[in-house]
Ligand binder design. Sequence first.
Ligand code: GLC
Length: 415
Amino acid sequence: MSYNTNQQWFKEAKYGLFVHFGLYSILEGAYKGTVTSGLAEWIQHSLNIDRDEYASLLNLFDPVQLDIDTLVKRAKDWGMKYVVFTSKHHEGFSLFDTRFDDFNVMKTPYGKDIIMDVSKACKKYGLRFGIYYSQAQDWHDKNGLWSGKQTDDFHEYYLRKCLPQIRELLTNYGKVDLLWLDTPISMSFDECQNLYRYVKSIQPECIISGRIGHDLGDYMTTTDNYIPRLTFDGDFEVPCTLNDTWGYSKYDKNFKSADAIIGLLLKIVNRGGNYLLNIGPDHLGSIPDEAITILDKVAEYVNRNKEAIFDTFGLPYYPYDIEWGEMTAKRNHLYLHVLRNKRSLDIQNIANKVKRAYIVENKKELAFLQTLSCEGYGEISIDIPKEFHAQKFCIALEYDEELPIFEQIRDKKTS
Ligand code: GLC
């Protein structure tokens, strides 16, 4: 049986915003002069920072520039369909008001429930609302898991903090569309299955990420930043960084270009998945300028070509890597995303009977020629109008068949 969320919104969504924010954001990638070479949100673990010392960051948490409303509105403008916000990362600090642990945002100078703001903003802008929750790792709690170390009694933690906090998250913030669990480590099958049923008993429609453990999630979550090479049969999502870390680090300026992000988005969409792309606000809660600039640029392409990105499905196997861009598809349509400057385009090894070709962003009809290549493969040639010679854009091919029909490369004749 393949992964199936049974939620149409998730199948159509394709593009979401991940936000990593917590006490680690205050450290911005370094502690007492040592820069972590690992992920910024793992700094406590990587630099083995004493638990109580780390916990004193609580008194410094005051992200006065955090503006959730604007951030969620931005996500919408960027073309994204859902938001997943960290409510408690491995450090154990809760960004929401909780009765089950004092190590939470209400005890900081900031003193406001951040998850409440996220839920309100998602509702306001019509985005789906997702909550990240580290269900197993909790480096603040004596019985929470800490990867690579032994914990006395995880089950005690599971009953005392994990389940009750998840209940709070699923009862105090209205409809939760997605619960993003992560790093189950040594959780038992029974604990994971029980957690799954618990979530569904409170909010039956809430989708559970692939990282609940024992492959019990509603969809497949890939390894961070890894894209399945071929179309994956079933619902899936690729969680990705914009630079190299999730939580903010002022030492990580290794941002991918807007062009690279567009390419990755289309590749994931081509394989049938969703792209969950991360930003990490800094210690004041501001979104790094680089992230905004990149996502604004990506949005220019995404918003002009929505038809070819959202509510699409994974493509059948095409035998070539293509040098000019990427392909996506939906019923009766193949979309050719032309990402390099081209003056004409040949698309090879396609056997559909094409009825119509048009430019997605303005619906202008394009003349095309459907022939056989010199080697006898199906070929479509399109002249590209001048105004698109030096611009990324997308061409739709329309045909009667539901799916694109790609011809495989023939093998050598033997007789
Ligand atoms: C990893 C990391 C974590 C990050 C997550 C995002 O599992 O532990 O820091 O939150 O991936 O996908």
